[in-house]
Design a protein. Structure first.
Length: 404
């Protein structure tokens, strides 16, 4: 190269160089992380796990979006007044979700506890101080009998008693002067009262309604659907498909109730919600996660999930008798595609249960699921670099069983 050309070339380097590095860093989220200088998994002897399943609390929820991590890392170097931060983050989230008010909680279960507490105490300082040991009859929360689930213990933690009803008439009869709230579990297997009737009956008697939709995105529209129906409070988990911090969640809806919920929460020092503290990073992180989730190209993401399932399925079907199909869970929780894998057990001599065990016990450890005898390989929580790792491992296990 002539000297003049070299100089010319150098002249444009800083510009194109910075563009290149910016493009590279934008692409980082789609790539495996660079090997860290200090490997904390190794240092503590903790096994990193590939999640070929769905979001599960015991498996650390979901992987945080790059935007969530950016918010956490870039805000951790300064202090903030937590009242002000919750004000500002809450206002922004409320604006994004078209509701009066919102707050960041330490998860959907915390949101259920705080929402119930808010309905019991309002802004009464004495009641807030006494909860869960209020004098007099226990506050009552109405639920459909078929909606009872593990998480409703977050409601009873406030001291409230759950009253089970079946059908609109029974719901109406159950309402009395001790009734403080009506809780709707959105992903319940069956309902004897529709969302609309539930809200209508409660409103008629001035009883606040709460809807738990913790794991119910996608579709993204669900983040708007239930406040439109008229629910006074709604919760979504941060640690599920919104890809926020697993130790964060959203509670949103009526302003007076969010105000009361906040009085029952940290950073106030005494109330029932104080042990469910949310820190600055989780608040910024939850805000950034929600914003990124709302702005994401959901169609493209869905296409990507289908491609992943197809890619894994094609690999597995090279093993004799193995048949795969992509199945979209009807939801409302976990409404996304997974790969269902079946084979002729007289030819491929292994049960789905044993495949799961070998996946889990191998290196890297992979967690997948099964439905009866069908192996279910989840695709939505895999990092791009893990798609082939999972496909190859399942294939190797099935192949070995086919020649055994
Ligand atoms: C996951 C889940 C919760 C709890 O959410 P966290 O954010 O982990 O507290 C509550 N309800 C339902 C239906 C859930 O799926």
């Amino acid at each position: 190269m002539k000297r003049r050309n070299l100089i010319k070339g150098l002249g444009i380097l800083p510009f194109s160089g910075s563009l290149l590095s910016k493009a590279a860093s934008l692409n980082k989220s789609a790539e495996p992380p660079v090997t860290p200088k200090r490997d904390f998994f190794k240092e503590l002897g903790v096994t990193p796990v590939i999640n070929a399943g769905v979001t599960m609390t015991f498996l650390s929820g979901s992987l945080m979006a790059p935007e969530t991590l950016e918010a956490i890392n870039s805000t951790s170097h300064d202090f903030a007044n937590m009242y002000e931060l919750q004000d500002k983050v809450g206002a922004k989230i409320a604006e994004m979700l078209h509701v009066e008010a919102a707050m960041v909680t330490s998860g959907a279960a915390c949101a259920m506890l705080l929402g119930t507490a808010a309905c019991i105490t309002g802004t009464d300082a004495e009641k807030i101080k006494m909860l869960p040991n209020l004098p007099g009859p226990r506050p009552e929360v109405i639920m459909q009998k078929t909606h009872r689930y593990l998480f409703d213990q977050a409601v009873s933690t406030t001291g409230a008693k759950i009253i089970e009803v079946t059908g609109p008439a029974e719901m109406e009869q159950a309402i009395n002067k001790n009734t403080v709230m009506a809780l709707f579990f959105n992903a319940a297997g069956s309902s004897s009262i529709t969302h609309e009737d539930f809200v209508r009956i409660a409103k008629k008697h001035n009883i606040p309604t709460f809807l738990d939709a913790a794991a119910d995105v996608p579709p993204v529209e669900n983040l708007f659907k239930f406040q439109k129906i008229g629910f006074d409070l709604v919760t979504f988990s941060g640690g599920k498909m919104i890809h926020g911090p697993q130790s964060a969640g959203l509670l949103f809806g009526r302003k007076d109730l969010i105000t009361a919920a906040r009085l029952n929460h940290s950073p106030h020092e005494a109330p029932i919600g104080r042990p469910m503290k949310v820190n600055k990073e989780e608040m910024f992180g939850m805000y950034a996660a929600l914003k990124a989730y709302l702005e994401r190209d959901h169609k493209k993401e869905w296409e990507d999930w289908l491609q992943r399932a197809k890619r894994i399925g094609t690999k597995l079907e090279t093993v004799s008798t193995v048949k795969t199909k992509t199945v979209v869970d009807p939801g409302p929780a976990n409404a996304f595609p997974s790969l269902f894998v079946d084979w002729d057990e007289s030819k491929v001599k292994i049960k789905a249960e044993e495949v799961l065990k070998q996946l889990k016990d191998g290196t890297p450890s992979i967690v997948a699921n099964r439905r009866e005898g069908t192996l279910v390989v989840g695709v939505v929580l895999l990092r791009p670099d893990q798609i082939d790792v999972v496909a190859n491992r399942v294939k190797t296990i099935l192949q070995k069983a086919a020649t055994a």
